[in-house]
Ligand binder design. Structure first.
Ligand code: DC
Length: 220
């Protein structure tokens, strides 16, 4: 079974997807981490976030891997190098929307993402999973929450890593990323027509996981 979980930044996709995958012993695929890995390497190699050709080449040649990590959070690898922490930097976050909007990058990632789900059950989170990558997914969820709630979650997450960011700045960044991801030409962020919309603004993690599990179990 394929469970596709899409939605804007900070809606809780990765936490929820990971916990749902854990509950059933299924694989979790974080597609945002893949775009982040491309962005990290592009920044290091001096490739501009709008240089579609060079980014396409980089993406096609990049081996992205995942391994189980502490607390269930997957470790991310670019080739043999672990990039789990580096792909979450502010610099990567600030450039990943533009990199991920380039068609050659998306083409390369689409193939890699489909390859990850050739057999077995998988929970996949991203922006275009239910619409483009796995339009035939048995379960499609569109997770969302208000901008202020999502900004607050991201801010607290960064605070936990010792990075202080003001709430209003975080809200502006989240809103800008939503705009960019939803208005790009290729595979924009949008809910699939057959996705279940789940607003998590007033729900805790356990409540959201239970609701997603209910939807999964209806399908099983
Ligand atoms: O979920 P995230 O914040 O790690 O995603 C990082 C960026 O990657 C996000 O701004 C848009 C892009 N992305 C995408 O375009 N398509 C996906 N399936 C996943 C992420």
């Amino acid at each position: 079974m394929i469970v596709a979980i899409d939605g804007p930044a900070g809606a809780g996709k990765s936490t929820i997807s990971r916990l749902v995958a854990d509950r059933y012993g299924w694989t979790y695929l974080d597609t945002g981490a893949m775009y982040r890995a491309v962005t990290l390497l592009a920044l290091e190699q001096g490739i501009a976030p709008g240089d579609a050709d060079e980014l396409g080449l980089l993406s096609r040649n990049l081996e992205i891997g995942f391994q189980p990590g502490p607390g269930g959070v997957p470790r991310v690898f670019a080739g043999c190098r672990e990039v789990t922490e580096e792909i979450r930097s502010q610099e990567v976050t600030g450039n990943v929307s533009e990199v991920s909007a380039q068609a050659p990058v998306r083409d390369a990632m689409l193939q890699k993402q489909r390859d990850c789900a050739v057999d077995g059950n998988v929970v996949v989170d991203g922006r275009d999973i239910g619409t483009v990558v796995f339009p035939e997914a048995e379960v499609k969820i569109f997770l969302t929450a208000s901008v202020s709630e999502r900004a607050q979650r991201r801010r607290l997450e960064l605070e936990g890593k010792g990075v202080e960011v003001a709430q209003d700045r975080m809200e502006r960044e989240i809103a800008a990323r939503d705009d960019y991801d939803s208005s790009r030409k290729v595979a924009p962020l949008k809910a699939a027509d057959d996705a279940v919309l789940l607003d998590t603004t007033d729900l805790n993690i356990e409540q959201v996981v239970d609701r997603v599990a209910e939807i999964v179990e209806e399908k099983i």
